[in-house]
Design a protein around this ligand. Sequence first.
Ligand code: UCC
Length: 555
Amino acid sequence: MAFIQIPPTLGNQYTSDRVLRSYLVRALPPDVLRAIEPELAEMGELSGGHFFALDARYRDELPRLVNFDAWGNRIDAIEVTPLWVEAARVAAEKGVVATAYERKHGELSRIHQFALAYLFEGSTHVYNCPLAMTDGAAKTLLVHGNRPLVERALARLTSRDPAQAWTSGQWMTERTGGSDVATSETVARNEGGTWRLYGTKWFTSATTSQMALTLARPEGNPPGGSGLALFYVELRDDSGRLRNIVVNRLKDKLGTRMVPTAELDLLGAPAVPVAGLTGGVKNITPMLNITRTWNSVSACSGMRRGLALSGDYARKRTAFGAPLADKPLHVDTLAGVQAEHAAALHLSFRLVELLGKEESRTLSEEEGLLLRLLTPTVKATTGKQAIAAASELVESFGGAGYIEDTGLPRLVRDAQVLPIWEGTTNVLSLDLLRAVGKVGGLGPIEREVSGRVERAHDGAAAEAGRKALEAVAHARAWIDGAAKKGLPALEAGARRFTLTVGRALELALLVDHAGWAAAKGDARPAAAMRRFARLPVDLVLDHDLADDARVLASE
Ligand code: UCC
């Protein structure tokens, strides 16, 4: 009996989230915050209540692929869990994608939308995956201005009516890999005026979608990413039958286990070019940049969910004569994760702010460059933070965190995908290197950091600000030096460079926010800033480690 413990419970996940609320009070004019707060509070209630209960009930259920009906007809139907059915309904009704396109609050609409997405993610077993791709598809169709496709799909992708709403897939990964997309083998043939796709898509996420954007090489095109074209595919005909697509199997994954991830053969699936017959890799990047933003915000959601559960448990669980919440080392350990969460949230929403401005055409040229640099940086940085946080938070439950039917191991499982899909840490680091080259240097990031720390409100903030500035200066000195040594030196240090830039930005944003909050009598952001300033920020190493890496690799 001594081992019977009280499980953690959750309250309203909006009203109890002091980091999100403090950010929103600052980022939004009072009338906008007043207008959207009821929606956020409702989503917070759903997340901590209704969906948390569904999570407890259905957490072991998996999607199912039914290849044949009782009479031998090939149907390849994918059945998702009851939790996902409910998530689809609520996501549409509450406008988790639509809010960004309705633009009720102009450039602030992305903040509104991503606050909803952040709250929605906690209990819905990564339903943010199809939502991210749906948002990415809507954006990509709009960017390319393909009027017939916009007219056909946009209203569905952004619908609030669950009966009308579509989700989209993003089929980019083939047997040749998910990173080096330019080597994709799927071929597009024009057969009597209709483009048809032939090939295998090795990972397709959330394959219950009605449509997908994908890449294929029109016959006769040259190799490489520019020889690919971006295609729009509707998966099923009016009777619900797959259109020359077969689903070979669902993948058995470490995490995101409710996401039906399928392996598909395209056997002449009809498709429509979205933006001409070349430039496919470049043309799909609007989608990637949106899904990378979702990934960043979802990384924050996972950290927050673990903290909420761990914090509640710490008040209930007694050991060595007192609740864990009264144990200095336990409190100190969680404080480190709280600081990481606050840093990740401020960084992710900075990206979201820029995205909103881009879509409202209020982005300055400087901010445009910053947006390009931030997207890979934020995704890479927050993905790594989410994993470290999940591991620490699961540990904070002791053995209970390791037991499947507590539901806690999912925190680690679902975090682990964040630095993998939508570009691994290394792929994003190399993307940042290329983007720095294109943008013409680190200037926009240096100016963002210096602008954020220049009004440091006290000695600790000034010290934290200096640390952020020094880290960025070190990153800049490193990239200048490595560029002179050549590409191998640049590539070998790219990950340390990217994570340094990301963490320096996080610290600078915390300094800025702490000053604002202190003036309002809120000491928490300054505590997060001080704590984060003591964690590793500058990861750049001056020594050229390439030789060491080669020696180690030869063992
Ligand atoms: O689909 C997947 C799973 C879906 C699940 C969604 C979940 C969402 C989150 C949910 C949260 C819970 S996974 C698929 C993952 N695959 C990727 O993410 C691809 C990773 N690989 C890359 O990102 C690579 O960097 C590539 C493929 C883009 C590199 O290919 P290339 O062929 O080497 O291409 P380049 O030369 O780097 O780029 C081609 C052009 C260049 O422009 P030009 O031609 O003008 O010089 C680049 O500057 O595209 C431009 N470009 C970009 N522009 C490349 N990347 C970007 C970018 N991100 N933004 C703007």
